[in-house]
Design a protein. Structure first.
Length: 258
């Protein structure tokens, strides 16, 4: 296995034969391949997302996000009253079907999966007479393998997936990449472009709470006592960002957690 330095050196040897686009694709493919074979970080097997091209091949399985898919239909703007009625009827059926998928998630069964598949074909392969709507429905129908991926999954990805992956990892490990990137930028002379006034670096600070609960707490939690006798436990952090009046780009630094 090549180190990052060795890999970039190899690309440099073939620079004349590679366009910028091909070079970027090779780097992206190498990054994805390394991600799947490494064992320092959990490898996500299923990704819930929209159908954007940049998500292809990142994971073994893709599961279509129905909320994102629904936005395509909301962009339709029929002028004819009859078409408006057809669109409203379809959107009602679309979100009713989505609620049926949520119900299936709580109590999956082979019979329910088969009924939902049949309903999918009926909903998206039928013609309404409103051309733009029918074209959009056919596009959704081509994504059935992604849209109905939950039927073959034993564990359905949840909204807290990122939190579930990061919770077991010590915060100190998360900060290391920020520090390494900053050191690399400084070594490459990038930070000189951000010098301000008397050759100082301008840092913008923003404070935020990233956890808050009245039930869950830990020995390190901050807390607020309310007049009604309840207590809110929370963690907060300050996020520093290197900025410059002369540049559109910014550089994130590791956060300070409290």
């Amino acid at each position: 296995m090549l180190t990052q330095t060795q890999f970039h050196a190899l690309l440099e040897q073939h620079r004349s034969q590679l366009s910028t686009g091909y070079r970027r694709r090779i780097q992206e493919a190498a990054a994805i391949a390394f991600y799947h074979q490494q064992n320092n970080w959990p490898v996500v097997r299923t990704l819930v997302c929209d159908d954007a091209r940049q998500f292809k091949l990142l994971t073994e399985e893709l599961a279509l996000c129905w909320v994102h898919e629904g936005r395509h239909y909301k962009k339709l703007n029929p002028l004819v009253a009859y078409h408006q009625k057809l669109l409203d009827q379809f959107l009602t059926e679309f979100w009713d079907y989505y609620r049926e998928l949520l119900t299936y998630k709580e109590a999956p069964s082979a019979q329910a999966a088969e009924e939902l598949r049949a309903e999918f074909y009926r909903l998206f392969n039928s013609d309404s007479g409103y051309q733009q709507l029918d074209e959009r429905k056919r596009l959704t129908a081509t994504k059935i393998s992604n849209g109905l991926n939950l039927f073959s999954l034993k564990e359905i990805p949840c909204d807290n997936q990122i939190r579930n992956l990061l919770d077991p990892i010590p915060a100190s490990k998360i900060f290391v990449p920020f520090q390494r990137v900053y050191q690399w930028l400084n070594k490459q002379g990038v930070m000189k472009k951000f010098l301000y006034l008397d050759r100082e670096i301008l840092i913008a600070l923003d404070g935020t709470e990233y956890f808050s609960s009245k039930k869950i707490n830990c020995p390190h939690c901050n807390h607020r006592n309310h007049r009604n006798g309840t207590t809110t436990y929370f963690h907060s952090c300050v996020t520093p960002i290197v900025v410059s009046t002369n540049r559109k780009q910014v550089i994130n630094k590791d956060a300070r957690i409290y």
